[in-house]
Design a protein around this ligand. Structure first.
Ligand code: TRP
Length: 349
């Protein structure tokens, strides 16, 4: 009997879910989300966002949440949260998330979703919370004390996923422990109180993590991320000042030439070519030529998305309407689920 929580099992379930999704998209509910800490960048886009659009267009029921409460798991301020949330919705619409098909909402605006936290917390142990490797590494990276919210945010994420009876959660590897925890919560709730929730599956994909322009992890704080919302000129400027090395001949060698190789990877993903092929083509023309090539590839790929974004930006009332309607829909769904939860627990008076 393979270990229920093992990576191989998660991969097997994911493969099976992909197959079922292709045949019966209408049976699936996809839920996914992001913390509104800044703009979406190319790492987000090629990592998960493009896939959400694909799932939406396949015909699954889709929810995308702005995880605003999760912003304060490891920081002290909610400064810019309104602006970031609106910009996140704008980014979603620009990349092709269609509010007629996908419910976009902010989890702070859905009280019944948050109330699921109480019964769910009763279904997990202190030891389970403390051994979550992602929580641990996030706490270390933040340099903050482990707050109660950071410790329990995987349970909050279970509320996000289960309020709409999500079956599929497209995630990167770092989120896998949270999906395992969600499955356990669903399983334990159903066993203790009666069948209410599906056990959701992490939908894994083989997309490789796109590095930042300097080869390190892409992050706003490193200044190595190209945002979807940047102009062509801002993109060119960021690429121009990215660090390469003194060797003229361009080769793809991520180990020894992180800067040059990250530029090649970025160009490759935007142009649909391989990094080696691009390196060969540029050859002895050097880093300047490489940078010109990357700039052209990124700007060409994102031109239609950026154009759409600029158009939408002129009508922020519409963007807010999308969010308000999404919140209203999420509230209807959450109220119904909470009703079922209270009924299963016999708390109907
Ligand atoms: N924790 C996710 C992140 O940091 C965001 C998120 C919140 C999420 N709730 C979720 C992702 C539920 C998937 C499902 O990006």
């Amino acid at each position: 009997m393979p270990n229920e929580g093992s990576f191989q099992e998660a991969q097997r379930r994911s493969d099976e879910a992909w197959r079922d999704l292709r045949e019966h998209p209408e049976r699936h509910v996809m839920l996914s989300g992001d913390r509104p800490t800044g703009r979406l960048h190319l790492g987000h886009y090629f990592g998960t966002e493009a896939q959400r659009v694909e799932l939406q267009d396949m015909g699954a029921t889709c929810y995308i949440l702005v995880a605003d409460y999760q912003v304060i798991t490891d920081r002290d301020t909610t400064e810019h949260i309104r602006e970031n949330t609106c910009n996140m919705v704008l980014d979603y619409l620009a990349i092709g998330i269609d509010p007629a098909k996908t419910t976009i909402f902010a989890h702070s605006q859905v009280p019944a979703l948050n109330q699921l936290m109480l019964p769910f917390l009763s279904l997990v142990t202190e030891a389970e919370l403390l051994r979550n490797p992602t929580v641990k590494s996030e706490q270390e990276a933040s340099g903050h004390a482990l707050t109660g919210l950071l410790l329990t945010y995987p349970v909050h994420q279970a509320c996000d996923i289960l309020f709409c009876k999500g079956t599929l959660v497209p995630v990167g590897m770092d989120q896998l422990p949270h999906i395992e925890q969600t499955r356990q919560i669903a399983h334990r709730f159903n066993r203790r109180f009666g069948e209410v929730f599906p056990e959701p599956v992490a939908l894994l994909s083989d997309v490789k993590l796109l590095p930042g322009l300097d080869g390190r992890k892409m992050s706003k704080s490193y200044g190595n991320a190209i945002d979807i919302s940047m102009t062509a000129e801002e993109t060119a400027k960021l690429i121009r000042k990215s660090r390469t090395d003194s060797e003229r001949k361009i080769t793809f060698d991520p180990e020894n030439r992180p800067g040059v190789s990250a530029l090649l990877t970025t160009a490759a993903i935007c142009s649909g070519r391989s990094p080696e092929e691009i390196a060969d083509e540029i050859g002895d023309a050097g880093a300047g030529a490489l940078k010109a090539y990357v700039t052209e590839a990124v700007n060409a790929f994102f031109a239609p998305i950026r154009e759409r974004r600029a158009e939408l930006e002129r009508d922020m009332d519409y963007v807010r309407d999308v969010l308000h309607e999404g919140n209203a829909k999420a509230n209807r769904v959450a109220d119904e689920t909470l009703g079922q939860v209270l009924e299963a627990m016999g708390m109907v008076y």
